[in-house]
Design a protein around this ligand. Structure first.
Ligand code: AHR
Length: 492
């Protein structure tokens, strides 16, 4: 018997809207052709930014956007990306294929993109190859509201008003691409660099330290021990990236065994969040410092023949949608500590929500998950008790169902993920502490787990109304079709 009890009278933390954040790096066709086409492009744009992409993303209520990397952040020199575009120096993007970066998308274009999206800006600064002065001046350039060298330069470049810069990251993956540092060394560098990330002109910066990759618990321990008082957030990066020998596997061609292994790896996030949070609790029992999962998602092999400009462009199937839905449910459960997350990477790179091809644009199954779940943003998390069987294949076991519930404006949003790719599952749902009046639902499912949208078949995978939930006296009887993601709106 699979049963879920939702404790509607025990509302806990708020699910921070920033859990639904995004990440965009100068990598492949994410920024250029994805967001930025330039003012002279025949592709309809507003101030150089694609109208179709911005309109699609706005539907998701994107709360925050992280930029410019990723590994790119630690070789990015922001002054190359301001002023007249024709005069901006080009650079080599050595991390991502050695392509030439023309710096046409820089600070002003990023703030314009955030404004068009209605998202808060999160800039990641350069510790690996940049100076303290460079970082200090970037913050001054963005936020100072009086006469100063950087504020005057900003005004000369057409922007008199300062911007709000609420989130600033001090380096990215500094144990690896961000400078190959030991945690002790980075902790000291973090303390030094963040000193000069000033609150200017009424702007309050939430300072984010580079945290661990995956299960690097030593990194978390050292950072918390040495720098807890100097940070507001600590990052975690984790990709569901199954190792199949020396391959990660294809995005669209995979076996059922690979499907199970991917979902199992996505659920490893639960253990990572628990264990990193436990370490953080020892130094920060009041949970002042947020755990910020500012890179997460699936990562598959590049399609054969992909050139450097198409780095990490991958299709996105129902399997990716399942990973997104499982992960978002986990973020809700850990929402007391996890207060921001940024899917890698929005458009044309890794687990994208949007893919473009010249003037064409499609929405991926992952897009639909973000759209179905968006009501969870800023809602009150409701604790739950879930008892369900396991789903097993090829020696791998994962729970049949993942669930999370939240309360907003007198309605409960329940998000369910059914992992079994072959058969239906019946789940009974009881709500404690409130009377259930009615239910409506939506579903994302497809004929197969590798189903996806393409430029020829853009609506192959899309949401539909769901009528498989029946209210029987006090109990909701929910029949979940194979490999399906369901959201239910419960009126109480
Ligand atoms: O998202 C792609 C890369 O993955 C990022 O640049 C880096 O931070 C991570 O290793």
């Amino acid at each position: 018997m699979n049963n879920l009890v939702i404790h509607a009278d025990k509302g806990a933390h708020t699910i921070n809207r920033n859990i639904y954040g995004h990440f965009a790096e100068h990598l492949g066709r994410g920024i250029y052709e994805g967001f930025w086409v330039g003012e002279d492009s025949p592709i309809p744009n507003t101030n150089g930014l694609r109208r179709d992409v911005v309109a699609a993303l706005k539907q998701l209520n994107p709360p925050v956007l992280r930029w410019p990397g990723g590994c790119f952040a630690d070789e990015y020199h922001w002054k190359d990306g301001i002023g007249p575009r024709a005069d901006r120096p080009a650079m080599l993007n050595t991390h991502w294929g050695g392509v030439v970066e023309n710096n046409h998308f820089g600070t002003h274009e990023f703030f314009e993109l955030c404004a068009q999206l209605g998202a808060e800006p999160y800039i990641c600064g350069n510790v690996g190859s940049g100076t303290v002065q460079e970082m200090q001046q970037w913050v001054e350039y963005c936020t100072f509201n009086g006469q100063s060298p950087m504020a005057n330069l900003r005004a000369a470049n057409g922007r008199a008003e300062p911007w709000k810069l609420p989130y600033f990251g001090v380096g990215n993956e500094n144990m690896g691409c961000g400078g190959s540092m030991r945690p002790e060394y980075y902790a000291d560098e973090y303390r030094r660099y963040q000193t000069y990330v000033r609150n200017l002109g009424g702007n309050q910066v939430f300072k984010i330290a580079c945290g661990p990759n995956g299960a690097n618990y030593t990194w978390t321990e050292v950072l918390m021990q040495s720098a807890v008082d100097y940070m507001d957030g600590l990052t975690l990066h984790y990709y569901a990236m199954p190792p199949w020998g020396d391959r990660k596997g294809w995005a669209t061609r995979f076996t059922k065994e690979e499907y199970f292994e991917t979902l199992r790896l996505a659920l490893v996030m639960d253990d990572l969040l628990t264990r990193h949070s436990t370490i953080m609790d020892r130094y920060d029992p009041k949970k002042r410092v947020a755990l910020i999962v500012d890179e997460w998602g699936t990562w598959w092999d590049d399609e054969p023949g992909a050139d450097a400009a198409y780095y990490f462009r991958q299709q996105n199937t129902m399997r990716d949608a399942m990973v997104a839905a499982l992960t978002l449910n986990l973020f809700h459960h850990h929402g007391e500590r996890v207060r921001m997350a940024n899917l890698a990477q929005t458009i044309n790179v890794l687990q994208s929500v949007v893919l473009t091809n010249g003037p064409q644009m499609i929405l991926t199954p992952t897009y639909h998950v973000f759209e179905m779940f968006k009501t969870h943003q800023d809602a009150t998390y409701l604790p739950q008790t879930l008892k369900c069987a396991d789903c097993a294949a090829g020696g791998r076991k994962i729970p049949l169902v993942s669930a999370s519930a939240s309360l907003k404006a007198g309605k409960i949003l329940l998000s369910l993920v059914h992992t079994d790719p072959d058969r239906d599952t019946v789940l009974s749902v009881n709500v404690r502490g409130a009377k259930l009046r009615s239910v409506t639902g939506r579903i994302l499912s497809a004929a197969s787990i590798d189903a996806h949208n393409s430029f020829d078949e853009p609506t192959n995978v899309q949401t539909k109304p769901y009528t498989g939930a029946k209210l029987e006296t006090e109990t909701l009887c929910v029949t979940l079709p194979p490999a399906a993601i369901v959201t239910l709106e419960l009126s109480i």
